[in-house]
Design a protein around this ligand. Sequence first.
Ligand code: PLP
Length: 502
Amino acid sequence: MENHPIAPHPIIGWEQTTPVPDGHQFNSYLQARNGRLFFKDLDLTNLFTGDGVDQGLGRTLPSPLEIVYLPLIRRQIGQMNAIFEEAIAEVGYDGRFLYAYASKANAAEEVIRTTLGAGAHHEMSSTIDVDIARLMRARGLLPPERMVICNGFKAAGTLYAANIVQFKDEHANLIPVLENLDELAPLLTSGKPFDVGLRQKAYGPNLTEAAMENANSRFGMHLADIWKAADYIAAAPNLTLTMYHAMVGSQMIDKAAFVDYLKPGIEVYARLRRRYPTLQIFNFGGGMPVAMTLDFTFDYRAFARRLLTTLQEICGRYGVPVPDVMGEFGRYTTTDHGAHLFQVIAAKDNNSDLPWYIINGSIMSSFPDSWALGEHFICLPLNHLDRPFQQVQLGGITCDSDDVYPPKQSAAPLYLPVETDGLYLGFFGIGAYQEMLGGVRGSKHCVLPEAYELIVDRDGPNGWRANGWREDRFQFEILHGQTPQDVLENLGYRAAGDAATR
Ligand SMILES: Cc1ncc(COP(=O)(O)O)c(C=O)c1O
């Protein structure tokens, strides 16, 4: 956390008993208008009630409801590209910035189609990811010049290794990044002309090369193997070393520490570059933080400047040219675009310290990090914002004692309107990892069916452009939720006399 005093707890919503003032802007995309919450210009309550302005949906939707707001993905990519472009000009950096989307954060079709449409390179981690890229390529959504970076374990004999070798025929700009020496063999024997990356062993706050060497990390290679791999690649007629991968961790919230942790990797890059002039890209992987609560800020501009000047300093010291800089943005790309909306179906006092509000879905299976990691997400009412608030605790509809919010160990208070009649609420900032961890379709905790999903876009290929939002009308796509029959069939139930369905 930077640029403001450290809050005693994460701010997850409205923290007062008084109503929210009209026009109050909670963050860059959530605003109170006439007692209701708007997601950019979308009246969220209207999706359920149909009252107020006609938003072009043509129907109401059942709750719970997942919202996917694609223009925010474009905004994130556009903003980070602009930040690095500015920093490159400011510090006179002689290299490019390359934005890659880390697809593990959210592999849904509408997300991948949007990141590719916004010009992002593509990072992947498993064999099905290759199939996704193949489909995107066949649809013309993955242009030939776009880099596809293959991270993850891909030893000889695995489906992933074979699929990468196969996909090379369809997409030339494919860069496997070696996690391990044994990943070299399938590339060597393929005879195909691969650009290759090397991933260093580094995870967490490894401030020196020695600490990096001793880090307890299942990712990447230690130094001796990095050099060995580089030698093998240089000797192979079909392989070219082009990328160095130095991811240090996830959600790096201190910009100075983030760059400091990258320094040993930059040193190794520079030394390798002296011996292997084909090396051209320094990839810092993921870790770019993003606000999941209302108090979090991060100075992205300062981070970009600091990273570029550090690269200049270290490469200058070794007498090698600065590299192109790549980041693999997972959480940063997709956190904001996803929300999950619920209705409060019961309020009970039960002689508890705080009243319980019960929602018509599960907190723990909708965003598992809230109970598994005690992670905070933004939680706000969709209506009654112009009424008094009170501190409450929220319960999901499952029978699980962990299905609560705020997380059990949290000090963050949650305030919601006292009036619970027809009250809807939303969790925001849940677009990264949560859906992939909770699973799509299938069977869920307490056999709750999966919610409807509303994909929202705005006219044209860019709902958001570098010079601001387009005020075009919304485009909606509805994905139906699971029916009771879907859930039953998935679990192997069938009507008497019917054949088993699985
Ligand atoms: C190799 C690699 N790149 C990128 C990412 C994305 O990280 P983040 O979501 O912090 O951007 C991850 C996440 O685990 C990763 O393992």
